[in-house]
Every structure is written in C-alpha cells, then in structure tokens.
Ligand binder design. Structure first.
Ligand code: DGT
Ligand code: CA
Ligand code: CA
Ligand code: ZN
Length: 575
C-alpha cells in the first residue's frame, strides 16, 4: 500500500507551502488530502484503479491527478518543485520536534536559518530566543528536540523488525539443507528497538546456505558473504533499510550459537565468567572442558551444566538475572484474557465496536474494553457528553447480542492540563472501565505533570493510567514524569499502569515495568487498537513486560472476568 507514503508527501507539501507563507486554503487542502489518504481503509491504488479518487472527501481533480502521478511515476512534480523552491536544508528542520512550519519560516526569514547547523548557531547565540513569537520556552523545547532528533538512531522499532524477521526466517526454512532457523539478537530479547537482525541456521553446507541468504528477494545489497556468515541490507516497511546477519552452524553447536548470538553481550560476559571459574570455556561452539564438549546442542544444556537457572531471552541483560535462585515464570501471550484499551469508529478507530469485539472473541479473549476518546480529544473525534451517553447505551445493547465475549463499556478519558478529568464522574461511574491518559500539554515541567497525573489517579473510577509517559519511539520524547512518584501513587490508589503495546509506544518501557512490578503495582497490557489488525501488537507488549520481569499475576488482563470486575470494584468501593 502506498497510502502512508502519499499522505506523508501531501503533508510535506502543506508544510512547505506554509513555510513559504502561501495561501491558507491551499495549505489546508493538502492537509485534508493527507488526512483522507491516511484514514483510507482501502489501498489507494485500488481506489485509483477504479477511477474513484475524486469521490474521496477533500480530494479534488488536481489532487487526484497528483495521486495518479505518484502511482505512475513514483513522484509528484509539484512536490519536487516545492522542495527545489526552498533552501535544501530547510525540509530537514521539519523532523525536529518543536519546529513546525511557522517557526521554520520565522527563523529562515529573520535569521537566515537554512539548516540544522544554522539552527544550532542561533540557539547558542541566543538570537532565536529574541525573535518575536519564539520565546525562551519554545527555544528550550527546540533545543531538546534537536538533541532528541540527533540521538534518534537508525535503530528499527521492534514492531517493524519482528514481522520482517519472521518473514526472512520463513524463507530460510525453505532453503534446501537447512534444518532449523531461529531469530537471535536483540529481537529475541524483545528489545524496543533493533540494530540489526540476527538469523541462525542449522545446516551442514554453510557456503550454499549463505549464498541462498544473500540471494533472497529482499536483498538490496550484500555486505558480506562467506563460508558460514552473510550480511545483507533489506527494506523496512517504512522505506528505510535494516541490516540482517545470518550465521550457519552445525547441529552440535546450535544451542551454543543461539545462546551466544542472542546476547546480550553483558549477559554473555557474566555467563562466560561462571564457566571460567569452573575452568571451562564457553563460546559460540559450545561449553568445553579442554577439548571435550560438555554442552551446546541446545541452550538449556549450557545453563544447566553451569548450574544457573535457565534465563529467558528477555531477561538476559545482566540486570540481576544471575541472582535468582530459581527462575520465575514470566507472563506469556497465552496468559492474556482480554484487551482493555481499544478504539472504534465512534472516535478515531477504523472499525465498529461489534467487529472489534467479534475479532477479540476469535482471539480467544473473554473480554474487551471499548475505550473511545473523550470530548477534549478533538483531533481524535472525541465524544461529546451527549454522544458518550449514547455510546454507553449502544455498547450495552451490543453486549446483549454477543455471547462469546463481554464488552466492557469504557472510555479513554483525557487528563486535562490541570489534572481534572474530561468527563464528569457521572459518566465515568456509568462505565465499566476507564483508561485515563494525557494527550495535551505534554511539555509541562516535571512537578506540574507529575502532580497532574497523580491527581487523576486519585479518581476512584480511573482503572488504568494510559500510555504513562506519552513517548513515541524515535519520534517523541517521554513527558518529564517522576515515575517513582507515579508508581507510588499507583500502589496507594490501586490504579494499574498501562503497558501500551502499540508498536510506536511501548509505554511503560521495560525499566518502568520493572519498577512497577517491584512495587507490587499492577500492569495492564493493552494494544490501544484502532483496527482489528492491531490486536496483534499484544505480543510486543508481552515481550516488553517480560523484559520488566512481569509475571501473569502482575497483569490485570490475565484475570478471569469476575476477578477483574472485583478488582475494579475494590478501588471504587474504597473511595
Ligand atoms: P542490536 O543488533 O544492536 O540491536 O543488538 P544485538 O544484541 O542484537 O547485538 P549484535 O547484533 O551486535 O550481536 C548479537 C549478539 O551477539 C549480541 O547480543 C551478543 C553477541 N555478541 C556480539 N558481539 C559480541 C562480543 O564482542 N562479545 C560477546 N560476548 N558477545 C557478542
Ligand atoms: Ca542484532
Ligand atoms: Ca548482528
Ligand atoms: Zn487510546
């Protein structure tokens, strides 16, 4: 689907027009087109093929022509012309959090800022802060944004890397002579971002398998191709590229190689020390006493022989896993009995509540909370108070029709800038399940934002604090939240903290989960799905939870429905 690319281009055209100070109606028309394309459920190419482009809302004749042009030629001449019409370094400024088109225009016209280095210069000299319409606070934000943008690596978010890795592994499984393929590295450990992918193949003839690997249809370029190892670059779904390493090992060393190449390096260093103390040697070929192989055919044999409880990949970070006297059973996907944060067409979801609920039932869930946005989330089509009352009624009706799953009537209620909630208690009390989240004024200082969030948690109807830090992986910094205070408030008020499993969020992150678990605070792993396909993200959340050492009992949506209802009621009754 080219929907996403096209929507990005139309947005960029709007930004460029805005930087140039052109007429508002033209800017808005591109923005509307971008939005329509982004929200489109169908493939834009299919719509174009059916000659139906001009029927889409906000898409006129000339916009339709531009879409056709892109589909035929891979670019839009108007877009190219716009890019040419401004200094070459300007468009890059759009990627810096805090720098919108208006501020770019201002800095460009008043201070001749035409790129990132100019921007740094005028921040350091104080000139930028002196501009009318800028101010010290926004310059501070831009400076932080600049730092963030530079720190954003080309690491790939887990949610993009995972399906790609599985697809490549599947291809390699079909190669003749390959008996087993596993994915190792940071992906197997469930890290939130991935540097490169590491595949491990069991086979005898390494060279032939490496050749099959480097000639995969995904290969953009070959970095290395040897007797037992190959490296290639492949396309990511979002257009960027990612490196993939493939190693071929014999059967007797497969477990040792899998252990070694799963890492982390820090974990491996510790494990090797344990071997050395026993006067043994541990490497990617096995565990050895002199020339005798003691273990290595499978991973577990290595840990067993070394007298260490088996460590699941997500725990292999040298964060205390060697101090465990016996392994704890971490949460698994199978433990999940429902999803407690989802959106429908009532607000900004793509699917109606019934379809969402039936799809959740097909996953084997016992319950799903439908939690559309509250009234202040205007961009997300949040429900007015009237609409919310009708939504509650509609969902209760829906529940009567469903016998395979229970819909928990809910909402995702905005936590307003002053810490109050976006709906009156009467509405919240009429719901079964409330997620409360921050969607605005995210730049408040640490004290203010922490007070705001903890105040919302005091409300007896708030079950879960949604995506607590509001970070977006590689795209938006977390809010400056005092997480220790939030965890303490969660413990005090019996509020769960969300581990939002959406691939762009993974919020709480692994370290925050660990803090919560250590404090006995409950987690709720939710996908925040806006369509049926997004339910699949639960596995990203579970991987992150495992990295935070969460067990099933730490997670509220592993509870059977009656116990979950009791848990919700307990907080309400205490108040
Ligand atoms: P990434 O790719 O940056 O997301 O992180 P990893 O952990 O996948 O790192 P990568 O791909 O460089 O290497 C895969 C694993 O191989 C790593 O987790 C541990 C092992 N490994 C790589 N280099 C070394 C090393 O110098 N010493 C040890 N002990 N292990 C290593
Ligand atoms: Ca890697
Ligand atoms: Ca690697
Ligand atoms: Zn949401």
């Amino acid at each position: 689907m080219k929907n996403k690319e096209l929507s990005v281009i139309f947005n960029e055209m709007a930004d460029l027009l805005e930087i140039k100070g052109e007429q508002v109606f033209r800017i808005n028309s591109y923005r509307r087109a971008a939005r329509t394309i982004k929200d489109l459920a169908d493939d834009i190419e299919t719509v174009a093929g059916d000659g139906e482009l001009a029927k889409l809302p906000g898409i006129g004749k000339s916009t339709a022509e531009k879409i056709e042009e892109y589909l035929n030629k891979g670019k839009i001449s108007k877009h190219q012309a716009l890019l040419q019409s401004v200094p070459a370094g300007l468009p890059a400024l759009l990627n810096i959090p805090g720098m919108g088109p208006k501020k770019i225009a201002l800095a460009w016209k008043a201070l001749d800022v035409t790129g990132v280095s100019d921007l740094k210069r005028v921040i350091d000299s104080g000139e930028l802060a002196q501009l009318k319409g800028m101010g010290a606070k926004s310059v501070e934000q831009i400076a932080a944004g600049l730092q963030f943008a530079e720190g954003v690596s080309d690491r790939t978010p887990l949610g993009l890397a995972w399906p790609l890795a599985e697809e490549l592994a599947e291809h390699m499984r079909k190669v003749k002579g390959v008996r087993r393929v596993e994915i190792g590295g940071s992906l197997r450990r469930g890290c939130e971002t991935i540097g490169d992918l590491d595949l491990l193949c069991e086979a005898k003839d390494g060279e032939r398998v490496v050749q099959a690997f480097t000639s995969l249809p995904h290969t953009k370029s070959v970095l290395a191709s040897g007797k037992t190892k190959g490296s290639i670059m492949v396309d990511r779904r979002d257009g960027a590229e990612i490196q993939v390493d493939c190693r071929v090992v014999p059967k007797e060393s497969f477990g040792a190689a899998l252990q070694y190449f799963t890492g982390s390096k820090e974990h491996n260093v510790r494990l090797r020390e344990i071997a050395v103390k026993k006067k043994w040697k541990l490497n990617e070929w096995g565990l050895f006493d002199g020339d005798t192989q003691l273990a290595g055919k499978d991973e577990a044999s290595i840990y067993k022989k070394l007298g260490v409880p088996f460590v699941p990949p997500e725990q292999r970070e040298d964060r205390g896993e060697f101090d465990l006297s016996k392994p704890e059973r971490l949460i698994t996907l199978k433990d999940i009995r429902g999803d407690l944060h989802s959106h429908t067409t009532a607000s900004d979801g793509k699917t109606d509540a019934e379809t969402m609920a039936r799809a959740a039932a097909d996953l084997g869930y016992e319950y799903i909370a439908i939690t559309d946005h509250s009234k202040s989330s205007a961009v997300a089509n949040g429900l007015s108070i009237d609409r919310m009352w009708r939504q509650i009624e509609k969902l209760r009706e829906l529940n009567k029709r469903l016998d395979t799953i229970t819909v928990l009537v809910g909402c995702e209620c905005d936590i307003l800038a002053d810490g109050s909630l976006d709906y009156p208690d009467k509405i919240l009390a009429a719901c079964d399940f409330i997620v409360a989240s921050v969607h605005s004024a995210m730049r408040q200082d640490r004290e203010k934002i922490t007070a705001r969030v903890t105040m919302a948690m005091e409300n007896p109807h708030v079950c879960v604090l949604g995506h607590p830090t509001a970070r977006l992986i590689n795209r938006r910094e977390p809010m400056d939240l005092d997480m220790a205070a939030v965890v303490a408030k969660a413990a005090e008020t019996d509020t769960a903290l969300e581990l939002n499993a959406s691939w762009q969020r993974l919020d709480l992150n692994d370290r925050h989960v660990r803090m919560a678990v250590d404090a006995g605070v409950k987690i709720s792993i939710n996908t925040d799905s806006h369509s049926v396909a997004q339910f699949d993200q639960m596995k990203l959340g579970v991987a992150t939870a495992r990295r935070g050492w969460a067990r099933a009992k730490d997670v509220i949506n592993t509870l059977p429905l009656p116990s979950l209802r009791n848990w919700i009621a307990a907080k309400r009754e205490r108040a």
